[in-house]
Write a protein that binds this ligand. Structure first.
Ligand code: PMP
Length: 425
């Protein structure tokens, strides 16, 4: 029996679904999750010691490839000096300075341990700062699992959300409006009707949780203009895009200055670390300076900070994001060519170290369009690629991630594998 299957069966006895985060269970694609034994560079090895070329990269953090020696060394050195203190350290000041240097919109920043905490607190802060309750989010954008954000669109045009998870009282989501991504008219109508009650708007500035979906320039400009006009806080949730799509993040690509930004994944270099930051007048409302409460026993953990600092330094090497962007663009183009040659409807897109492929004729612009792709074909392709030793996200609604360890040669190998896989699906 495969050792992956053995571990999965054993795990299911003591861990719900055998996994510690739902997508890992292969629910959408079926089959046995690969249990990772170790990882290095662009590869991980499963419990049967089979290598996979990894295009998930821990869902984003592994931008340098796995177990980069300088990051590992930084964590080892930090560990020797103690694992956690619950008191401030020099490293926390350093990483905050580094984040503020790289993101002009961030004047002050606070560290937390997960993206969920970062977005949850950014929302609390937007509400505390404005004295308003309403939050706008977009269907298909994921911002972690805090109650008020676990919401799906209702049935009306301007819809207040319904909980998308059991255990979330409708009262917790009744202040969350769910709009359509890239719908400028609906956004404008919403602000016209409710603008003076809206505390903030949160979005994935390049969406990666409904596959990869880019916003139009008009959409991001309207977001900035309307939030400014109505005094609402614009929150760029860059947990996924931060330092991945560009050194200046999505906001740099858009030429937009948000009021608050949330970060995670890359900023922690693979360790549990995330952050929220932005305008000093807004950040000044957080405890101990202001009355908006937030805290964390492991916030600013020295090992996480060491991994984050080492990662942020390495990604600032000249040409880093150009190389990453060129390779994911080549991968996207190669996948599209392979599909065309196989006579299969597939479109692809990429930005920086993120890519998307869609089993449909056109690149989607919204959640509704993203969910119109051919899931059956996706499943078959996913498993055919797995057989080829290529590990893609086990869900049709997730973006793909490449690392700097994915060399030109590995990208070409992946495209060849996709040609073989597509001829079988
Ligand atoms: N925001 C975005 C855009 C994300 O992609 C994620 C996680 N994939 C989160 C927030 C939540 O982060 P975490 O899983 O660290 O809580």
């Amino acid at each position: 029996m495969s050792r992956n299957l053995e571990l999965f069966e054993r795990g299911k006895q003591v861990i719900p679904g055998g996994v510690n985060s739902p997508v890992r269970a292969f629910g959408q694609v079926g089959g046995t999750p690969r249990f990772v034994k170790r990882a290095e560079g662009a590869y991980f090895w499963d419990a049967d010691d089979k290598p996979y070329l990894d295009y998930v990269g821990s869902w984003g953090p592994a931008i340098l490839g796995h177990a980069h020696p300088e990051v590992v060394k930084a964590v080892q050195d930090a560990a020797v000096g103690g694992l956690s203190f619950g008191a401030p350290t020099e490293g926390e000041v350093e990483i905050a300075e580094e984040i503020c240097k790289l993101l002009p919109s961030v004047e002050q920043v606070r560290l937390v341990s997960s993206g969920t905490e970062a977005t949850m607190t950014a929302i609390r802060l937007a509400r505390g700062f404005t004295g308003r309750d309403l939050i706008v989010k977009f269907e298909g954008c994921y911002h972690g699992h805090s109650d008020s954000l676990l919401v799906k669109a209702g049935s009306g045009l301007l819809t207040f959300g319904n909980p998308s998870s059991g255990g979330v009282p409708a009262d917790c989501t009744k202040h969350t409006l769910v709009l359509q991504y890239n719908d400028v008219q609906q956004l404008a109508d919403t602000f016209k009707e409710l603008g003076d009650q809206i505390a903030g708007v949160i979005l994935e500035p390049i969406a990666g949780n409904m596959n990869l979906i880019k916003p139009s320039a008009e959409f991001v400009q309207a977001l900035r203009a309307l939030t400014e006009q109505y005094g609402a806080v614009l929150i760029y949730d860059e947990v996924m895009t931060g330092f991945r799509v560009a050194l200046g993040c999505a906001q740099g690509l858009h030429g937009i200055t948000p009021d608050l930004t949330t970060l995670g994944k890359v900023v922690g270099g693979g360790m549990p670390l995330a952050a929220f930051g932005g305008r000093a007048d807004i950040m000044g409302r957080i405890a101990p300076l202001g009355n908006v409460y937030q805290a964390g026993t492991l916030s600013g953990n020295p090992l996480s900070v060491a991994a984050g600092l080492a990662t942020l330094r390495l990604i600032q090497q000249p040409g880093f994001h150009d190389t990453l962007g060129r390779r994911s663009a080549r991968l996207a183009a190669g996948l599209a060519d392979a599909a065309r040659d196989a006579g299969i409807a597939m479109s692809t897109d990429s930005v920086g170290g993120m890519f998307g492929f869609y089993f449909s004729d056109t690149v989607p612009a919204s959640y509704a369009e993203a969910t119109r792709c051919d899931i059956t074909r996706f499943k078959a392709f996913f498993h055919a690629m797995l057989d080829e030793g290529v590990y893609l996200a086990p869900s049709a609604y997730e973006a793909g991630f490449i690392s700097i360890a994915h060399t030109d040669e590995l990208v070409e190998q992946t495209i060849s594998a996709a040609r073989r896989a597509l001829s079988r699906v």
